[in-house]
Design a protein around this ligand. Structure first.
Ligand code: BG6
Ligand code: MG
Length: 223
């Protein structure tokens, strides 16, 4: 069988490169408590990879409150969550890069494999800056210019098309079920680094500290 060459690895950010997913949770939790809507970490799993406004709708849905607010009020609620989130992520430093991510990025750079970021978060560039890893990324997809968040493949396809590669030459790394689905809909192989029960569809399920170029090439029969 002809082996594909691995040309790019496309990373999700929140929950893959750093644990910013916990700050999204805390910021939504504060809003949900204020609105007296039940919200816990289990329900929060549904929000991972989902856009800001869609996340708000899911939270309101959980409190049967979707029709309680006008579109303008919903914009204001989402704005407030984001202001709170932006305060929380100011504390992120390079020490918050998850184990194994930096060595993996270095390995990819040395092997001349393109590195891309496919996060639907509009705060992604700020977090990458806080982590001081901008120089590793050949491309950071712009969350504001893709029409659909995950599980649609748009953001992964934007990264692929930036380099002009074929999907079979790309691998995506995700921590959320919606993200794994987005990678698959983009026609790529998916590495899952999230909670195992959310990662049943991943083609390779590991933890970030197990990420390695040889492991990815071996698992996907690439070279
Ligand atoms: C994703 C997160 O990366 O970005 C979601 O997994 C979040 O939880 C989404 O809602 C949008 O982020 P932001 O920062 O633009 O509100
Ligand atoms: Mg994520």
């Amino acid at each position: 069988m002809e082996k594909n060459k691995l040309k790019t690895v496309i990373f999700d950010l929140d929950g893959v490169v750093t644990d910013s997913a916990k700050y999204h949770y805390l910021a939504w939790k504060e809003l949900a408590d204020e609105l007296k809507i039940p919200f816990d970490e289990e329900y929060n799993e549904k929000l991972k990879g989902v856009s800001r406004m869609e996340s708000l709708e899911l939270i309101l849905e959980n409190g049967q409150a979707c029709d309680k607010y006008t579109p303008e009020e919903k914009e204001e609620l989402a704005f407030r969550k984001n202001e709170n989130y932006k305060e929380l992520i100011k504390q992120i430093t390079p020490e918050d890069i998850l184990p194994g991510i930096l060595p993996f990025l270095k390995e990819l750079k040395e092997a001349d494999i393109r590195i891309a970021l496919a996060s639907v978060s509009k705060n992604a560039p700020f977090i990458v800056h806080q982590l001081e890893i901008e120089d590793y990324f050949d491309y950071i997809a712009d969350a504001a210019s893709v029409p659909n968040a995950k599980p649609f493949p748009d953001i992964f396809l934007a990264a692929r098309d930036e380099f002009g590669f074929d999907s079979s030459e790309c691998v995506g790394v995700e921590d959320a079920k919606t993200g794994i689905e987005a990678i698959h809909r983009a026609g790529m192989k998916a590495v899952g680094v999230g909670t195992p029960d959310q990662m049943t569809e991943a083609d390779l399920l590991i933890t970030t500290d197990q990420l390695s170029l040889s492991g990815v090439l071996e698992a996907f029969q690439m070279r």
